[in-house]
Ligand binder design. Structure first.
Ligand SMILES: Cc1cc2nc3c(=O)[nH]c(=O)nc-3n(C[C@H](O)[C@H](O)[C@H](O)COP(=O)(O)OP(=O)(O)OC[C@H]3O[C@@H](n4cnc5c(N)ncnc54)[C@H](O)[C@@H]3O)c2cc1C
Length: 316
């Protein structure tokens, strides 16, 4: 049977959570499309392929120094080889920096239609129907693909990770690589020892309503620490230098989807909301009852955050 193929992402020997989310999507939609769910892992050896086999029934492993680190040339050649040798109809990618770099190139290489940055996949009459946000999340559109082959990328956090226990098989695939025109010389962390807020289950997000960096620390950072979560901020908070840029949430920052997002003194501008509206529970504290953040909040508290949060913290 033809395959629906997840492309695994990893760094420093660790799989990304997005990979496991893609495994869930593949397992959910493949049967309705008459396809079998599978994954491909490109790495220096097959250790990660064995790990992915816990989440999906079949894994193709390209173990080669040429794909030890991501390059668009190396990955697109490896994907093309797997697509051609294993009868793959659909390729699923995470909509990350690497995924954005890769998706169009893969679609060209395998002559496929492409829909990027989706947050939902359904099957209707044997066809894949994809939903994605447009206009900074103000509207949603649905799309389907007319071509025989397809490439789809998904935004992080749109689905829960697949459960383990698939007991999948690992098949080695050898690829004769052609020219790889880029070379990764060094991988530099943006902030040494910094955290990736996209993996946090609890995020306390602060906005301009915090007034200054000291109050941000006092209220937002200490609450995040008490809750065992991470802190983040809106763009003015980053622009004012209150916290590091890697913690910006929104259109020009990170997209997060934690279990709990506390929005304190954040107005809810579309550019901020675009990065956090996938959160499972949103609690907003704002003194303005008309603040747009209340349109998407699960729970809203109209009040002065400098009174509400100390009272809340005292109860924790
Ligand atoms: C191209 C582009 C990209 C952008 N990308 C991003 C992005 O990635 N992320 C992002 O966040 N923004 C982004 N922005 C900026 C965005 O448009 C907003 O300006 C920004 O999100 C507003 O941040 P804020 O909510 O912290 O501040 P404000 O809009 O100033 O809101 C502050 C809020 O705090 C409330 N408040 C004040 N005092 C208190 C108090 N004591 N108690 C409770 N509430 C209080 C106020 O009522 C107000 O609602 C972008 C803009 C553009 C044009």
């Amino acid at each position: 049977m033809a395959k629906l193929l997840v492309i695994a992402e990893h760094r420093d020997g660790k799989l990304s959570e997005g990979t496991l989310e893609l495994c869930r999507i593949a397992k959910e939609v493949a049967p309705g499309l008459g396809l079998e769910p599978a994954a491909a892992v490109f790495a220096k050896d097959d250790a990660l392929a064995k790990e992915v086999a816990n989440y999906i029934p079949e894994v193709f492993s390209v173990a080669d120094g040429a794909v030890e680190l991501y390059t668009a040339d190396g990955y697109s050649q490896a994907i093309k080889a797997v697509v051609e040798s294993q009868d793959v109809k659909g390729v699923l990618l995470a909509h990350t920096y690497d995924g954005v770099d890769l998706a169009g190139k893969v679609a060209m290489a395998i002559d496929a239609g492409i829909v990027s940055n989706c947050n939902k996949a359904e099957v209707d009459g044997g066809k894949l129907v994809l939903t994605r946000n447009i206009y900074n999340g103000k509207l949603q559109e649905t799309k389907s693909i007319k071509t025989d082959k397809f490439v789809v990328s998904f935004e992080k956090g749109a689905y829960d990770p697949a459960e383990s226990g698939a007991g999948g098989a690992v098949t080695a695939v050898s690829v004769s690589f052609g020219d790889i025109r880029t070379k990764v010389k060094e991988v530099i962390e943006t902030s040494a020892g910094g955290v990736d807020i996209t993996n946090a289950r609890v995020i306390v997000g602060g906005g301009r309503g915090l007034k200054d960096g000291d109050k941000f620390k006092e209220v937002v950072i200490s609450l995040a620490q008490k809750l065992g979560g991470e802190y983040a901020g809106s763009r003015p908070v980053i622009d004012s230098g209150w916290i590091e840029a890697s913690r910006q949430v929104g259109q020009s920052g990170k997209t997060v989807a934690p279990d709990l997002y506390l929005a304190l003194g954040v107005s809810g501008a579309v550019q901020h909301v675009a990065g956090m509206k996938g959160s499972k529970c949103i609690v907003a504290v704002n003194k303005d009852p008309e603040a747009p953040i209340f349109n998407i909040a699960t729970y809203g508290i109209v009040g002065d955050l400098f009174e509400v949060i100390p009272a809340f913290s005292a109860k924790l």
